[in-house]
Design a binder for this molecule. Structure first.
Ligand code: AHR
Length: 647
């Protein structure tokens, strides 16, 4: 028998449906993207070849060459000069070639088509030579490792791009790509070897993995922050994210080390680099496609302060030498919004296929920065942007933690410098989330606003994506909604993780080479975003906000009105271990109303979705009728519910 613990007394939630509160900004719920956990190369960026330009410091990392070959460095792309010369091995019974392992293997789908391309040339004067391209299943017990094969004739002495499509007859989770010099050929040079699934998000050139990009689109984010996170800063100034290197032809975008390659001694990935294949053009394009405002974050001339300290030293740029960094911001505004006929960066955007502006409105300067060095460096950025582009809204940082000395020091500095929003980060445990329902209730309503730019509940001793962590986030988010006049943007973080390649968890979406799944936290974000509403409605219990306070039995709640669906939307989270009786009091409404009740619940709060069971936990929707002004309801323990009541 199922015993349901139910509180005896009903909690009266009073919603004043005729009192219009603050607007809910379109940017309220968004996404934070960083190339961590193989989120870009090996993840969202659909390229299957690792180290495609032979530019990793170990030039053959990811490649298994065989036979006779030479690594050379006078290739056609100035930023990526290395390439491979495949040479006849000297014997007909010995092949020459090279095999790429992909990112934890390459995922091939049965019936999937794959676009192979390579820059190649015949270095000799002996006419046509050829390459054999194979999709392989190296671990098969079958007769042949190759599951698909094509020939490419190389006829030119000059470098040219060659392309061929291959059809996979089987699903392979850990495939590889093999390129073999045809036995009758003497030599071929190969460079920028690429393999993309033909089916990518919106069929874009240099496109994105469809399931992952669609998962982002389904979140209907209002703001899209990129490219990080710590990768913005880099471990060193040299390895900071440099957006100018990430635009233009992909073949010539230089490699950058990924800050997450061997940062943690318990999760090391020495083969983790940024190809910049997913670069700023692709980020802006994606923002436009998913309907989110782009929010690029740019280096403030300070390398990671965790790694290099918060004092002036040669790891950070002195104020008087900041101009190239400031120019990066000014030029980015031109890249995104400028006129291609007058600006060189805008021209690059147009040449890349987007003559129309991207309509950039927000820029963040600096990621997790702190100490005096941050405001000192930030000031000239703000002054110059304000002077030339007064309508751009600027985001500053409050450091890595949601409170404490640095946080308290930075907020007044940010106000003084006059940024529009301050980015707050909180990776905190259940207790913090339960106690922070009122966090923004008393923030000043004047001036600088909040961007809750990175947050997630990191359960005590449970750093994974279990249901309870998502429930804590749902509870906390009622406080964001109730304070949408102060918190204008929020982004859960991080977004993606490869099941074999992660450095940091929890994360919103997990994937392997073939499939992906949405975590409970993803669903919470989606529930908020899809039920964002247009403006707040006051919701109280005994005259107070419902934020898990004393006497509120672990309940959190907020309400909005949605003009589009003409509905009152009430979000209630029961973080307690008992079901609660609720009396919804809808002041200003009468009669019976059709409603939708969305319930997100887990009997086992430690449970999570997995690759094997991707839909174990997902919100469920049912129709109901609500009588106004009062309706009694029961919210089970460990539950997030949304009542969508048609007016
Ligand atoms: O989201 C992961 C990391 O957390 C980000 O890179 C950084 O900004 C924060 O410390």
């Amino acid at each position: 028998m199922n015993v349901v613990l139910l509180s005896a007394q009903a909690h009266r939630l009073e919603v004043n449906t005729s009192k219009r509160g603050a607007a809910i900004p379109s940017t309220m719920y968004g996404i934070f993207f960083e190339d961590i956990n193989f989120a870009a190369d090996g993840g969202l960026y659909a390229e299957l070849v690792k180290n495609r330009s032979f530019e990793f410091p170990d030039h053959l990392m990811g490649w298994k060459p065989f036979g006779s070959y030479e690594l050379r460095d006078d290739g056609p792309f100035s930023n990526n000069p290395h390439y491979l010369r495949l040479l006849f091995s000297g014997r007909n019974d010995k092949y020459t070639g090279v095999e790429n392992e992909g990112f934890f293997g390459m995922g091939y789908q049965k019936g999937g088509e794959y676009k192979f391309s390579v820059w190649a040339r015949n270095p000799n004067d002996d006419g046509e030579v050829s390459l054999i391209v194979q999709l392989c299943n190296p671990a098969t017990m079958g007769e042949r490792q190759q599951i698909a094969e094509a020939n490419i004739i190389i006829s030119d002495k000059e470098w040219r791009k060659y392309e061929v499509e291959l059809l996979s007859p089987a699903t392979v989770a850990k495939g590889s790509l093999r390129i073999v010099l045809a036995p009758d050929s003497k030599a071929i040079d190969i460079e920028h070897v690429s393999l993309f699934p033909k089916e990518v998000y919106r069929n874009d050139e240099n496109g994105l993995r469809k399931d992952l990009a669609e998962a982002l689109e389904q979140l209907r984010p209002g703001i899209f922050r990129f490219p990080g996170g710590c990768v913005v800063e880099g471990n060193t100034l040299e390895t900071r994210y440099q957006w100018k290197n990430s635009v233009g032809p992909v073949e010539n975008r230089p490699l950058n080390e990924n800050r997450w390659n061997y940062t943690f001694d318990h999760r090391m990935f020495p083969d983790y680099f940024q190809s910049y294949g997913l670069g700023f053009f692709e980020y802006f394009r994606l923002a436009e496609q998913i309907g989110a405002e782009p929010l690029p974050i740019i280096s403030v001339g300070l390398s990671c302060e965790f790694a290099n300290g918060a004092q002036r030293c040669d790891k950070h740029v002195e104020v008087e030498h900041l101009q190239p960094y400031i120019d990066d911001v000014l030029d980015l505004i031109e890249f995104a919004n400028g006129d291609p006929s007058t600006n060189r960066w805008a021209k690059i955007r147009a040449e890349m296929g987007h003559p129309a502006p991207f309509n950039l409105k927000y820029i963040g300067i600096g990621n997790e920065q702190w100490g005096d060095i941050y405001p000192e460096n930030l000031k000239p950025f703000v002054e110059q942007v304000r002077k030339r582009y007064p309508s751009i809204r600027l985001v500053g940082s409050s450091g890595p933690y949601p409170d404490g000395k640095d946080f308290d020091h930075l907020w007044p500095s940010m106000r003084k410098i006059g940024v529009d929003l301050v980015d707050e980060h909180f990776y905190r445990n259940e207790d913090w989330f339960l106690k922070s329902g009122n966090r923004y209730d008393n923030y000043s309503r004047k001036g600088t606003k909040v961007f809750a730019g990175e947050y997630a509940c990191h359960g005590t001793g449970k750093k994974w994506n279990h249901f309870n962590a998502a429930l804590m986030e749902a509870a906390f988010m009622t406080g964001l909604e109730r304070n949408s006049d102060v918190v204008l943007m929020s982004t859960y973080a991080p977004l993606f993780a490869h099941v074999e390649g992660w450095q940091w968890r929890p994360d919103a979406i997990w994937f392997d080479n073939l499939t992906s799944f949405k975590t409970c936290s993803y669903y919470v974000q989606q529930l908020y975003s899809l039920n964002k509403g247009s403006y707040q409605l006051p919701l109280t219990m005994e005259g107070k906000p419902v934020a898990g306070n004393v006497g509120q039995d672990g309940l959190f709640a907020s309400a909005v009105f949605d003009k589009e669906s003409n509905s009152v939307i009430i979000k209630v989270v029961n973080t307690g271990k008992e079901a609660q009786r609720l009396m919804l009091n809808l002041k200003g409404m009468k009669g019976t109303h059709s409603a939708e009740l969305i319930t997100f619940h887990a009997d086992a709060p430690d449970g999570e979705n997995t690759i094997e069971q991707p839909l174990k936990y997902a919100p469920k929707s049912e129709k109901m009728e609500v009588s106004a002004p009062e309706q009694e309801c029961i919210i089970p323990a460990n539950t997030f519910q949304i009542y969508k009541i048609r007016e």
